[in-house]
Design a binder for this molecule. Structure first.
Ligand code: ADP
Ligand code: MG
Length: 262
């Protein structure tokens, strides 16, 4: 009998693995260690939250994982490739095809409709027109905005704009979704709705999510694991209650299914 997927399955692959990663910035005579000797592995399908005070290196680390920047030292392996060794062209392809990115400030293009904003990554990836329409619809359905396709960003609420940005990040069917303070510009109820949506995307699509946030209480409820940074270093990682309860639910479901099959 096949086993249900378990968060602890030893067969599970890793979405991304960092080994002794540093990113130093030269500032005149001195150098800033924005990220300092960080080793961290994110299993496929995990929702990881990166916490830490302002300036602790969270965004720098996220940008390294998303291929927006390169490490000064160390290796970042995803899909069997070390990002530190990719050419600029290969790294651009990684950003386009393998990862989706969501920012605090949504970064939607104001003159374009919601549909056109979401379609943009597909045009850049030269996906053919017929396929594009279907993929845009699918992504907008995931974020429950399929009825608002013709609107411009200014006609949407903050939460709807962030949902559009999430659809745009998903439209290329990435393996990993990165989010840098996605709830930072939203009120608490809307922020919670965005995290509920991210958790749904993780569950329904099997998505790996790495999210920077200031809000530990929300991270505890929605992420599987917390990684806390301080002064560029990874201080600690800990599993959340949300992960423990998801695991318990999976075990109970598998128990019921096994029992019903007998
Ligand atoms: P966080 O996202 O946790 O607030 P950042 O990753 O943005 O922190 O920044 C970490 C440190 O690196 C900070 O001290 C910041 O000033 C510095 N830093 C970030 N980007 C640059 C840059 N392009 N040039 C110089 N220093 C930078
Ligand atoms: Mg930041």
């Amino acid at each position: 009998m096949t086993q249900p997927p378990s968060l602890n399955s030893p067969r599970q692959s890793n979405a991304i693995s960092l080994d002794r990663v540093s990113r130093h910035y030269a500032m005149g005579e001195t150098s800033i260690r924005a990220v300092d000797d960080v080793s961290l592995t994110v299993p496929s399908g995990e929702f990881l939250a990166l916490l830490g005070s302002s300036g602790s290196g969270k965004s720098t680390l996220l940008n390294l994982m998303a291929g927006l920047d390169r490490p000064t030292f160390g290796s970042i392996v995803s899909g069997g490739r070390n990002l530190a060794e990719l050419s600029s062209l290969e790294l651009a392809r990684y950003r386009r095809n393998t990862v989706g990115m969501v920012f605090q400030s949504f970064n939607l293009l104001p003159r374009m409709t919601l549909e056109e904003n979401v379609e943009l990554p597909l045009r850049l990836a030269e996906v053919e027109r017929g396929e594009r329409a279907a993929r845009v619809r699918e992504a907008l359905e995931h974020v429950r905005l399929a009825k608002r396709t013709g609107h411009r960003p200014s006609e949407l609420s903050g939460g709807e704009q962030q949902r559009t940005a999430i659809a745009r990040a998903l439209v290329n069917r990435p393996k990993i979704l990165f989010a840098d303070e996605p709830t930072g510009n939203l009120d608490s109820a809307t922020g919670e709705a965005i995290l509920t949506l991210l958790r749904e995307i993780q569950t329904s699509m099997g998505m790996t999510i790495v999210m920077v946030t200031h809000e530990r209480h929300l991270a505890e409820r929605f992420a599987d694991r917390l990684a806390t940074m301080g002064d560029g270093r990874l201080l600690s990682t800990s599993t959340t209650v949300a992960r423990a309860s998801a695991q318990a639910t999976a075990e109970i479901t598998s128990h019921i299914k096994t029992g019903a099959g007998q």
